[in-house]
Ligand binder design. Structure first.
Ligand code: PLP
Length: 400
C-alpha cells in the first residue's frame, strides 16, 4: 500500500467517532441501540445563537474572512478571557479555528519536530496522541489513578518530563474521566513546570463551564502568571454552548505561536465558516443563564448513572465533578465470560460484547490510554440512561 502516507499508518481513526458511527449503523439496521458514546450535549443550541446565524446569513456575511477569525469574534474572546478567567490577551494573541480540534492540531503541527515529546495525563482525550504522532512527535503518557480521582500528581508529571519535552497538555474538566482540578491542584503542577522552562503548556479548557458541586474552574495561566508566556489557553463553543456541529474553537497565547498557527490554517481550511463566527459572537456576548440550567440536568443524570453503575457487579464508578462523562473501572470483570461466550480479556472485549448482547454503545478505555475501563457519556435523556444502565447491570450480572 505504498500509495498512502506513512504518517497515516501511525495513527488510529477516532475511536469515539468509530463507536458512534457503528451505533448509528446498527440503529439504522433496526437494532434497539442506546448510544452513550458521543461527546456532545443532547441539548439544542440556544435560540439567540441560531438567530444570530440567520441574521448573518441574511446580512450577506457569506464571504471569506480573516483566516483566524473576524475582529468582532476576537474581541468577544478577549472579553471572555478577561471576564471569566482574569486573563489579559490582545486580539493579536487570539486564534479561531474550525473546532477546538483544529486549533489544537494547528498548535501541535506548527511546533513539533521529530523527536519532540508531548506529555499528557492518561487517560486523556482520544485525539491528543494521534495529532502529536501526525506532527512527528512522540506522546508520553503520565499515568493517573482511580484512587487519586484520575488527577495527575506532581511526581508523575515530573517523571514524564525529559529534555525533549515540548508541550504538556492539560485538560480540566477532563474527557474521559470528568476529573476537575482545583486551583491548588493546578498550582502543584505549575510548580513542577516552573522548574522546566523549556516545556510549554497547552491547556484544553473545553469543558470549563461544565463543572458541578460548587467547584470553581481555574485555568493554568490564571493560577500561575509566570507561565503566561509559554501557555496556549484553548477553549471552544462545542460543549457548553451545545454547538458541536457548528465547528468553532479558539485559543490565546504568545503572538509568534498564534501567527504560526494562522500560517498553517491559511494553507488548509482558511477561515472557519463566516456565519458560524457571527453565531460565536452572540454565544460569548449573549445571555449565559442556560448553562446553569443545563448543568442542573447534567448533575441529576450523573448521580443516576454513578449510582446505577456502582450497583453493577464488577464495576467501580467514581463520581466526577465535571464534563458529562463517567469512567467506571471494569477490573472486576476481566477474565470473566459473557452470556454469549465472549471472554472479557480487555475493555475492548467488554464494550464490543455489551453492544452485541445488550445494544449499549460506550467507548473502551484503551482508546483514552486508560484501561481497563470504559467511558459513558451521560448527555442523554434520563429515560435512556436508566434503560442503558439497567442493561449494563444485566450484562455484568451475566458475566461468569
Ligand atoms: N478537547 C476535548 C477534551 C474534547 O473532548 C473535544 C471534543 O470532544 C475537543 C477538544 C474538540 O472539540 P471541538 O473540535 O468540537 O471544538
Amino acid at each position: 500500500m505504498g500509495f498512502f502516507a506513512d504518517s497515516l499508518n501511525r495513527i488510529q481513526p477516532s475511536a469515539t467517532i468509530a463507536v458512534s458511527t457503528k451505533a448509528r449503523q446498527l440503529k439504522a439496521a433496526g437494532r434497539d441501540i442506546i448510544s452513550l458514546s458521543a461527546g456532545e450535549p443532547d441539548f439544542d443550541t440556544p435560540q439567540n445563537i441560531k438567530d444570530a446565524a440567520k441574521k448573518a446569513l441574511d446580512a450577506g456575511k457569506t464571504k471569506y474572512t480573516d483566516v483566524d477569525g473576524i475582529p468582532e469574534l476576537k474581541a468577544a474572546i478577549v472579553a471572555k478571557f478577561k471576564r471569566e478567567n482574569g486573563l489579559d490577551y490582545k486580539a493579536s494573541q487570539v486564534s479561531v479555528g474550525t473546532g477546538g480540534k483544529q486549533v489544537l492540531y494547528n498548535a501541535l503541527l506548527a511546533t513539533l519536530n521529530p523527536g519532540d515529546e508531548v506529555v499528557m495525563p492518561a487517560p486523556c482525550w482520544v485525539s491528543y496522541a494521534d495529532i502529536v504522532i501526525l506532527g512527528g512527535g512522540t506522546p508520553v503518557f503520565a499515568e493517573t489513578t482511580l484512587e487519586n480521582g484520575y488527577k495527575l500528581q506532581p511526581d508523575a508529571l515530573e517523571k514524564a518530563i525529559t529534555p525533549k519535552t515540548k508541550w504538556f497538555i492539560f485538560n480540566s474538566p477532563s474527557n474521559p474521566t470528568g476529573a476537575v482540578y482545583s486551583a491548588d491542584d493546578i498550582k502543584k503542577l505549575t510548580d513542577v513546570l516552573l522548574r522546566h522552562p523549556h516545556v510549554w503548556v497547552l491547556t484544553d479548557d473545553m469543558y470549563e463551564h461544565l463543572i458541578y458541586d460548587g467547584l470553581k474552574f481555574a485555568s493554568v495561566a490564571e493560577v500561575e502568571p509566570k507561565l503566561y508566556d509559554r501557555t496556549l489557553t484553548m477553549n471552544g463553543l462545542s460543549k457548553a454552548y451545545c454547538m458541536t456541529g457548528w465547528r468553532l474553537g479558539y485559543a490565546a497565547g504568545p503572538e509568534p505561536l498564534i501567527k504560526a498557527m494562522c500560517k498553517l490554517q491559511s494553507q488548509s481550511t482558511s477561515n472557519p465558516s463566516s456565519i458560524v463566527q457571527w453565531a460565536g459572537v452572540e454565544a460569548l456576548n449573549g445571555p449565559q443563564d442556560f448553562i446553569a440550567k443545563n448543568n442542573a440536568k447534567f448533575i441529576e443524570r450523573r448521580d443516576l448513572v454513578v449510582s446505577m453503575l456502582n450497583q453493577a457487579s464488577g464495576l467501580v464508578c467514581p463520581k466526577p465533578q465535571g464534563a458529562f462523562y463517567v469512567y467506571p473501572s471494569i477490573k472486576g470483570a476481566i477474565g470473566k465470560v459473557s452470556k454469549s461466550g465472549v471472554t472479557i480479556a480487555t475493555d475492548e472485549d467488554f464494550v464490543t460484547a455489551l453492544l452485541e448482547e445488550e445494544g449499549v454503545a460506550v467507548v473502551h478505555g484503551a482508546a483514552f490510554a486508560g484501561s481497563p475501563s470504559f467511558r459513558v457519556s451521560y448527555a442523554a435523556s434520563t429515560e435512556s440512561l436508566k434503560d442503558a444502565c439497567t442493561r449494563i447491570q444485566r450484562f455484568c450480572g451475566n458475566l461468569k
